[in-house]
Design a protein around this ligand. Sequence first.
Ligand code: MG
Length: 369
Amino acid sequence: MEVIGALGRDYKVVALSANTNYRLLAEQARRFNPELVVLAGGEDNIDLLIGEIGDRRIRVEAGREALIHAALEPSADIALIAVVGFGGFAPTVAALKAGKRIALANKESLVVGGELLSREVPGFRELIVPVDSEHSAIFQCLRGEKMANVARLILTASGGPFREMDPLRLERVNPEEALKHPRWRMGPKITIDSATLMNKGFEVLEARWLFGIDLDRIKVVVHPQSMVHSLVEFVDGSVKAQIAPPDMRIPIQYALTYPARKESSFPRVDLVEQSWNFEPPDMERFPALEIAYMAGKSGGTMPAVLNAANEIAVDQFLKGRIKFPEITGIARNIMDEHKIIRSPSGEDIVEADRWARKIALNICKAGDR
Ligand code: MG
């Protein structure tokens, strides 16, 4: 909202959605004056929302279906999809099928549904501009290049708050420590995923579908300063990187203004302020990255199972019910038990998701005793 507010008159918000926070949604509606406002997870609070908006010309809708209406709003040129979790899939597919341009901030749509998406909307790549900082970096490096000339994609990872921690100490880290990310300010789910490196694993799977490249040509390197957001290595040995301060407003603005660039007042890179270093990810201390590659190689419903099991495990860790290393342990065990469905339908994915959540909760409860 801050980015679009600063972009000036060429950009107008025509539809807005939130999950349950109707107060903030109403405040944004009063400021940006959209045509449609959607409260996706808060049917019960719809009257409160209408009351707080106070402008009868703004259409108000509630429920998950209404998210699709927001994504398809006819007067919108771009749909920015920043819904958390697999709930972002339905509006993403709907908008892509309608040929609408998407600024995609939701990873799970591609992690879980990338295979399905590539079957259902074969031309989807032409329509997506990534918001995730690593993928925005790769997208920018690829401009004017042919995919046939790409040797490898190299995603950078900050390494999270526990990069240098003793593996034995990892057993005892609490949610507060895990929520202190050294570089980025984000929501709790993605911050924990960054601490386990599962977020990077998901980004590898996201990159695979977004750029249509094999998993064994996507690498991860740890770069604690988070200034180099990702790199592309070409067949001639030349490497392009995209560099900027770690500020999400920069990739968000790029996704909105693409193919143009617009002036901004965001922070600038100071090349001599600090040195930058790069190191390999510690797969032993952080097995999540390897597990994500495994899920991606298995394909079918396996990434959905990993995503669901991880989501439950992260939630249980935040509630103090399981230890930090158990997050990835649980995900791994559930993947071992899963019978993969190849070329899954949307229903197969939803079913695999439900199954994995149930098993994950049972494992966490069994551990309580
Ligand atoms: Mg990212």
